[in-house]
Design a binder for this molecule. Structure first.
Ligand SMILES: Cc1ncc(COP(=O)(O)O)c(C=O)c1O
Length: 357
């Protein structure tokens, strides 16, 4: 038997989550965000399940090319744009659409040679202060694209900083106001909303929505569980107990003995550690399922193993099933316990883990 850790990717859950997006944003175009190997789920695997999306947003040029070569005809948007003139030839060859977010990119555009061939999303910085032209720069950037014969469809775009925050409403309203002011009078398609804005701020929906995390069945909000949003987990990381230790009172377990038993107790050793993508900083108490029963991890997560409390789960022993996150154990809960977000856990899944669908 091979090492028992694996990640099961539920493709029907991806399709279901896309239908939740469409329920919230009916009749709009959906740009499924599949950057970072589809948030760890596998690029082509996710693209196939999401093939009814109107477009794909991606960051890595090689992955965008792979997507096009695999036969996807939708809009493929490079959401960080291009970085050099040499890449423009590839954008041309593969009919990729690009974000334009700074003036150096505008200056590189003459290297694009097919008239009307380059569709662009022009990014406005409305307060995220990461990428995008300022409101002052935006009209000139727009004008220069309008008069550039290489440019085809222009879509106006921004990105929210606080749509996922429990009290982010004011920030979203401020960014929306800034966007509306800077784009007033331009009859062009618009794109603003990530998952959090799709779910919480319908006034931001515009023409194209850009869901990421909700497609993978996790919640963008710390105060609302994915299940309450009708989202289904796509990735379930499971493993098995490969050894059992019977601790005496006072015995420590694992590196540093950061956990010591205060009574005799059974502890399961699970094949799964930080080299598999489980967070090393997950503290004692992080929830886990053993044989379908909820329990907690103990001690320090090591490279290939972690320890789980088997108190009260008499049936559990070597071979028992363990769910680290996924169905029955929301990735958001594990992430919250580990002081991070589901995005990081999903993206961190290690190449050595066997993927099954
Ligand atoms: C520009 C842009 N749009 C949309 C998304 C999707 O965000 P989320 O995964 O929160 O839905 C991202 C993700 O980081 C992004 O960078």
């Amino acid at each position: 038997m091979s090492r028992p850790i694996r990640a099961l990717i539920d493709l029907s859950a991806l399709e279901h989550n896309l239908s939740v997006v469409r329920r919230h944003a009916p009749r709009l175009r959906v740009m499924a965000v599949i950057k970072a190997n589809a948030y760890g789920h596998g690029l082509l695997r996710a693209a196939e399940a999401l093939k009814s999306a109107d477009g794909f947003a991606i960051l890595e040029l090689d992955a965008a090319i792979r997507l096009r070569e695999s036969g996807y005809h939708q809009t493929i948007l490079l959401i960080e744009g291009f970085f050099s003139t040499t890449e423009l030839a590839l954008l041309e060859q593969y009919q990729l659409c690009t974000v334009i977010h700074h003036s150096e990119q505008l200056e590189m555009l003459p290297a694009y040679r097919r008239p009307g061939g380059l569709d662009v999303f022009l990014k406005l910085n409305t307060g995220m202060n990461r990428l995008g032209f300022t409101s002052e720069q935006y009209p000139a950037a727009l004008e220069s694209l309008k008069t550039n014969s290489a440019v085809g469809q222009i879509t106006l775009m921004t990105h929210f900083a606080c749509a996922d925050e429990p009290s982010g409403g004011r920030e979203v309203a401020g960014q929306l106001q800034c966007f509306n002011a800077a784009t007033a009078g331009w009859n062009l398609p618009r794109s603003l909303a990530n998952s959090a804005a799709i779910l919480r701020y319908p006034e931001t929906h515009a023409d194209w929505v850009r869901p990421g995390i909700m497609l993978y069945g996790a919640s963008p909000f710390s105060d609302i569980a994915a299940g309450e949003l009708d989202l289904c987990p796509v990735m379930t990381v499971s493993s098995r107990i490969i050894a059992v230790q019977n601790l005496r009172s006072g015995d420590g377990i694992g590196y540093g003995h950061i956990f010591r038993a205060d009574r005799p107790m059974r502890v399961g050793i699970v094949a799964g550690g930080y080299a598999d993508g489980y967070p090393r900083h997950a503290p004692i108490g992080t929830p886990v399922l053993v044989d379908g029963r909820r329990t907690r991890i103990l001690g320090r997560v090591s490279m290939d193993m972690l320890h789980v409390d088997l108190s009260g789960i008499e049936s559990a022993g070597v071979g028992s099933s363990v769910i680290l996150w996924g169905k029955g154990m929301p990735v958001d809960e594990v992430a919250q316990s580990a002081g991070t977000i589901s995005y990081e856990l999903l993206c961190s899944i290690a190449p050595r883990i066997r993927i099954e669908t």
